[in-house]
Design a protein around this ligand. Structure first.
Ligand code: HEM
Length: 128
């Protein structure tokens, strides 16, 4: 069964637009990663302020391989550049508190992030 990896982003209100713009300019490389199955950027509407970057993979190993790949680094190039080239978004469950929240498109759009992991127990799609 597939595995779901959700990168959970804390995004100050004034950085939402910046974050969404970064994603609309995203590299589009994840689509070619081996074992990649699905991606969605989820904007919070009610019940939470957290943005979710939902990804689904054939296996944990496929996700790990993508995270260690150049495609991952290049897919996070904007985010890395704005962190001063310090890294490339290696979220391994720990929070990243780099945020300064000064809404001018400078610095990271997210002030913190963590990764949630799920196993898909069941799924369904519309009957055709
Ligand atoms: C420190 C942790 C992370 C932060 C702050 C972060 C933030 C971002 C941002 C702002 C983008 C837009 C592109 C850019 O600005 O370069 C992006 C792209 C993306 N992120 Fe992350 N990310 C992190 C780690 C992760 C992880 C662990 C996953 C997997 C669950 C993930 C999934 C994605 C995907 C699928 C894309 C699109 C890449 C593509 O199109 O090839 N990110 N991320």
């Amino acid at each position: 069964m597939s595995v779901v990896k959700i990168n959970v982003l804390t995004v100050p209100a004034e950085m939402r637009e910046t974050l969404e713009k970064r994603f609309s300019n995203r590299a589009g490389l994840v689509e070619s990663a081996d074992g990649f199955e699905w991606f969605e950027l989820l904007r919070p509407v009610e019940g939470t302020d957290l943005y979710l970057v939902y990804t689904r993979w054939r296996s944990e190993e496929d996700f790990q391989r993508w995270q260690e790949s150049q495609a991952f680094q290049r897919g996070h190039a904007q985010a890395a550049a704005e962190r001063g080239g310090e890294g490339h978004g290696q979220a391994q469950g720990q929070a990243h508190g780099h945020g300064h929240g000064h809404g001018h498109g400078q610095g990271p759009a997210a002030s913190a992030s963590e990764v949630w992991t799920f196993e898909v127990v069941q799924n369904a799609s519309p009957a055709s």
